[in-house]
Ligand binder design. Structure first.
Ligand code: COD
Ligand code: ZN
Ligand code: ZN
Length: 376
């Protein structure tokens, strides 16, 4: 049945207010307007950030909202003026737009498009209206892509065509988790062969950092997590050793200093916590260590640390979605995946039907998952 130009009714998971569990509802999804694309989502991952949306700790989210930002699907229809994709294309929705026109997009040294949610709200489409209605109420978009809906509408700056051979229930990980972590090591830190790395937080994103450090040729890769169940996977993807800070009486940065002599060349914060950020910075080589912040501590929390940590030459850097300009890079990452250059599949601990989204979040909360893929 040709659905283009018509409202589609489908299932979506709605967060009605912060602190409440998701509920699966029937939503009406309006057709795409000019420069918008409607995508049938085939698979979506659950990222730590989606959980932050449920708890209310992710900034600038308007409720009720359909979260989800790590999806893959097939274009159902396109609005006027869309040239980058056509119906039937396999695509990945982008949690970071690449509009191609703004000051950042025109620079080669940043991926921070001025249309990102940090610069402009993405709770509604660019024309300030929603494409989602449930029980007569307007539902907000999340990062413009809301992948926890079987059909979703997004601006054409936030979607990219990928190889038609790509398995969508695997490559959805390129929409956030894998790209964020892998790029933090390769693009932001530019890890060098033979170097020493420490990764704080071994969730799906942290494990992708481990994979990036390994691909860059690091010789010592130390994983750090308070949940020792995460160590098996970390060692499988390249960690040479794993540490649980709770096993030591002294702070973990002191343990790392002792282990490495002068500190690690690269430390990555992939928890989203102020304490682990300062510990990561303090673990770096005092003269030339680079600390990369991947996680985001709760908004508004001030960071304080001894300035001497920087004075001697350490660098503190942020990494935004792995530093990738997403439209340019994601199709290439997918092609490299199809050539067998890396295996983010190992991050997938569970694949469940979309109807089990609440069970999936329970597994996330119990620390029993790495990446859960939901399939429609
Ligand atoms: N020390 C060491 N490890 C810890 C500590 C601690 N004090 N506390 C928790 N951990 C571990 C947990 O046991 C867990 O294994 C890991 O840290 C966190 O993993 P997940 O699975 O909860 O999260 P991820 O890997 O899916 O995502 C992590 C992020 C840090 C990217 C995310 O939560 C975040 O901060 N997102 C905001 C940043 C952003 O916008 N990123 C891009 C879009 S997601
Ligand atoms: Zn994410
Ligand atoms: Zn831009």
């Amino acid at each position: 049945m040709d659905t283009s130009g018509k409202v589609i009714t489908c299932k979506a998971a709605i967060a009605w207010e912060p602190g409440k569990p998701l509920s699966i509802e029937e939503v009406e999804v309006a057709p795409p307007k000019s420069h918008e694309v409607r995508v049938k989502i085939i698979a979506t991952g659950i990222c730590g950030t989606d959980d932050h949306v449920l708890s209310g700790s992710f900034p600038n989210v308007h409720y009720p909202v359909i979260p989800g930002h790590e999806g893959a699907g097939i274009v159902e229809s396109i609005g006027k003026g869309v040239t980058c994709v056509k119906p039937g294309d396999k695509v990945i929705p982008l949690c970071l737009p690449q509009c191609g026109e703004c000051e950042s997009c025109l620079r080669s040294n940043t991926n921070c498009c001025l249309k990102t949610h940090l610069c402009a709200p993405q709770n509604l489409m660019p024309d300030k209206t929603s494409r989602f209605i449930c029980k007569g109420k307007q539902i907000h978009h999340f990062l413009w892509i809301s992948t926890f809906s079987e059909y979703t509408v997004m601006p054409d700056s936030t979607v990219v065509k990928i190889d038609e051979a790509a398995p969508l229930d695997k490559v959805c990980l390129f929409g956030c988790g894998f790209s964020t972590g892998y790029g933090a090591a390769l693009n932001t830190a530019q890890v060098t062969p033979g170097s020493t790395c420490a990764i704080f937080g071994l969730g799906g994103v942290g494990l992708s950092v481990v994979m990036g450090c390994k691909a860059a040729g690091a010789s010592q890769i130390i994983g750090i997590d308070i949940n020792k169940d995460k160590f098996v996977k970390a060692e499988e993807v390249g960690a040479t050793e794993c540490l649980n800070p709770h096993d030591y009486e002294k702070p973990i940065q002191d343990v790392l200093m002792e282990k490495t002599g002068h500190g690690v060349d690269y430390a990555f914060e992939v928890v989203g916590c102020l304490d682990t950020l300062t510990a990561a910075l303090a673990s770096c080589h005092r003269g030339c260590g680079v600390c990369v912040m991947v996680g985001v501590p709760p908004s508004g929390s001030p960071l304080s640390f001894d300035p001497m940590l920087l004075f001697t030459g350490r660098t503190l850097k942020g990494s935004f979605i792995g530093g990738w300009k997403m439209k340019d890079s994601i199709p290439q990452l997918v092609s490299s995946y199809l050539e067998g250059k890396f295996k983010p599949d190992v991050l997938i601990s569970h694949t469940l039907p979309f109807s089990k989204i609440s069970e999936a979040f329970a597994l996330v909360h119990a620390g029993k998952s790495i990446r859960i893929i939901l399939v429609f």
